[in-house]
Design a protein around this ligand. Structure first.
Ligand code: SF4
Ligand code: SF4
Ligand code: SF4
Length: 319
């Protein structure tokens, strides 16, 4: 593209791992940086304030990467400002795209979360029972405010229209490099798409039975990773370890199965799937040799919706 591509980045309700994935681009970053003009990167990298972003003309930024989910009023506000200022807005990483690990908070009410955080944990010393308030006055004259903590976690798309989605917790750095190059070269899929190779983790996994001309066999027992070391080179799912590789985008290159860990689905759903957890349930259930094995699946909601509960048809646990 002619000229530099202006970029804004915001870390919302996430851990910063998605930022690290960009730093992990290492030498690729050296090639890409001269083509980028980073106009906003908060709160981790650049010395900028929200008012700097708010003052920029509408649609003056080429691409905005929003990482993290939306739980606070402040996060919702910046999502709306990013949408206003950016021509293209990307939900970058599992939290922004699907709700991510923090989305597991939707298993509990806000009151339960506050009780655990401010009363029940052993490290908490709170004899006066103080909980965060959105507004308080100190010494009768200093007004302090905190953003509102909403009742549940939302994805970026729940708050503003999103142009593209990138999966991964965090996205794999080599794929981030390809995604940035695709943006720079204008080689993007239709708006509303995931930026992905379209392959499932199984498609890129060395353990895939199909790669050896073998057929998948029914699963006869359910195992957890603490139940021993999986057989070398054999499909984890076939051995009873509940691997979600069949339904997960494989842009990570099957990182987890490579080191004996079943895929947990951080890459997001393979193309065409609306509810990741439902598809995962369907894929695993179809392989079980005996219906009674269902009772042995540990923490099914956490297994199947670990990264995607807010984006699911359920959205949150109904109480
Ligand atoms: S997607 Fe994962 S790495 Fe990225 S912010 Fe969320 S928890 Fe952190
Ligand atoms: S189910 Fe898991 S271990 Fe088996 S081929 Fe797919 S990704 Fe690899
Ligand atoms: S194998 Fe699955 S859980 Fe592991 S990095 Fe890849 S997509 Fe994420």
């Amino acid at each position: 593209m002619a000229g530099k591509l202006s970029l804004a980045y915001f870390l919302s309700g996430g851990c910063g791992g998605c930022d690290m994935a960009i730093v992990d681009l290492s030498e690729t970053l050296v090639d890409v940086l001269p083509q980028l003009e980073v106009v906003f990167w908060a709160p981790t990298v650049a010395d900028v304030k929200y008012k700097d972003l708010e003052a920029m003309p509408d649609k003056s930024i080429d691409v905005g990467l929003y990482s993290g989910m939306v739980r606070l009023g402040e996060q919702e506000h910046i999502a709306k400002v990013m949408r206003q200022k950016c021509k293209v807005l990307v939900a970058y990483g599992a939290c922004a795209a699907l709700g991510g690990i923090p989305g597991m908070g939707n298993m509990h009410t806000k009151e339960e979360i506050f009780r655990t955080a401010y009363f029940d944990t052993y490290s908490t010393d709170n004899p006066e029972g103080i909980t965060p308030q959105t507004r308080c006055v100190v010494d009768g004259k200093y007004e302090l405010t905190l953003p509102e903590f909403y009742g549940h976690v939302r994805t970026l798309q729940d708050v503003v229209p999103v142009d593209y989605f990138v999966g991964g917790c965090p996205p794999h750095h080599s794929f981030v490099g390809q995604a940035i190059l695709a943006i720079l070269q204008g080689k993007l899929p239709p708006p509303g798409s995931w930026i992905t190779s379209g392959k499932a983790v199984c498609d890129v996994c060395d353990r895939n039975p199909a790669a050896r001309g073998e057929e998948r066999q029914p699963i006869k027992e359910i195992k957890r990773t603490i139940d021993g070391v999986p057989g070398e080179g054999k499909c984890l799912l076939q051995q009873g370890y509940l691997c979600l590789g069949p339904v997960t985008q494989g842009d990570c290159g099957a990182l987890c199965p490579k080191v004996n860990i079943p895929c947990r689905g951080c890459g997001g759903p393979i193309p065409g799937v609306k509810d990741f957890g439902l598809r995962a349930v369907s894929a695993i259930a179809g392989l079980l040799a005996d219906e009674a094995l269902v009772d042995q699946i540990p923490s099914p909601v956490k297994l199947f919706y670990r990264y995607s509960l807010p984006a699911s048809l359920l959205g949150q646990k109904v109480k």
